[in-house]
Design a protein around this ligand. Structure first.
Ligand code: R5P
Length: 313
């Protein structure tokens, strides 16, 4: 690891520090702050010539600033003759804008973001639970998407549920939920199918699969406003679920998520530290954090050692 350098911006210093701790390495000495007018100011204070650099930062709130920091750190590193630059972006913001539904006049922001990353000189990205695996194809560089499901499955096994239903809260999340089912004996897959029967009419939730008197564990990549999760929980309770738990990798938690979670049928939600929790979220008795640092550190080690990343899952 002698040729490796870790660096981060301001968005998730705690996660970067935990990766550095797991790798037993310091974070690089750099100043990443703002000019008086708000422009991002980057100054790397150590020699990076020929080094393999890992920039560790989610593109979470403040989304545009955190992206701009990554781009400008990469530009500074490229111009300082870094050997290779990898962006470790556990939460890849803008990923939900990945297509033009019904040919609407909307951007494909996830693709534009990928272009910006490549133009900045980044040669590889590592993400966690990318909203859709196909987004890897927006990059013309290696894009390793790693899966929080390994941590989720281990935690469910430790919790000792006798029999449980693993729930995908929408059709798009089926593959993610199925990966957990494969690891948990005595579990089966259940899908929540959301249907809006007419514009402006409330969504109807159809539960596909058996949940009666069972512990239900919802798996999702993102919890943003918590609408998806809390509505699914309500429908599951109506269908006879015993207790409801959830694992959501990326805790975006924008308003009114915390209020919805508090008043929901969900016992508790486990999230990763890909996005730092606000003070209010930290106080919630319904939110637990299972950290990502060791998983990211293992991935970085494998990338440096030219070992398989897919073998981890
Ligand atoms: C949707 O496809 C995603 O997987 C999440 O279910 C969604 O982004 C969660 O958003 P919210 O919490 O606002 O319902």
């Amino acid at each position: 690891m002698n040729n490796t350098v870790l660096i981060c911006g301001n968005t998730n210093k705690a996660l970067a520090a935990s990766v550095a701790k797991s790798l037993n390495m310091p974070l690089a000495d750099a100043k990443i702050d703002r000019f008086n007018d708000g422009e991002v100011n980057v100054d790397i204070h150590e020699n990076v010539r020929g080094k393999d650099i890992f920039i560790i930062q989610s593109t979470c709130y403040p989304v545009n600033d955190s992206l701009m920091e990554i781009l400008l750190i990469a530009d500074a590193l490229k111009r300082a003759s870094a050997g290779s630059i990898t962006a470790v972006i556990p939460y890849y913001g803008y990923a939900r804008q990945d297509r033009r539904p019904r040919s609407k006049r909307v951007p494909i922001s996830a693709k534009l973001k990928a272009d910006l990353i490549m133009v900045a000189g980044i040669g590889r990205i590592i993400t966690v639970d990318l909203h859709a695996d196909q987004i890897q194809g927006f990059f013309n560089i290696p894009a390793d998407n790693i899966y929080y499901s390994r941590i989720i499955s281990d935690d469910i096994l430790k919790s000792g549920h006798e029999r449980c239903a693993i729930i995908s809260p929408d059709v798009g999340g089926v593959v993610r939920a199925r990966a957990v089912v494969k690891k948990i004996e005595n579990s089966h897959l259940v899908i929540v199918d959301k249907r809006r029967q007419a514009p402006n009419k409330a969504e109807v939730m159809n539960i596909i699969g058996d949940v009666k008197d069972l512990d239900c564990i919802i798996i999702d990549d993102i919890i943003d406003t918590a609408g998806t999760l809390t509505q699914a929980a309500k429908a599951l309770k109506q269908a006879g679920a015993k207790r409801i738990f959830a694992y959501c990798t990326h805790p975006v938690l924008s308003d009114p998520a915390l209020d919805l979670i508090e008043s929901s049928e969900i016992d508790y939600i486990t999230v990763s530290d890909s996005i730092p929790l606000t003070a209010k979220a930290e106080k919630s008795t319904k939110i637990k954090v299972l950290p990502l640092g060791d998983l990211l550190a293992e991935t970085i080690k494998r990338v440096i050692g030219h070992q398989s990343v897919s073998a981890m899952f």
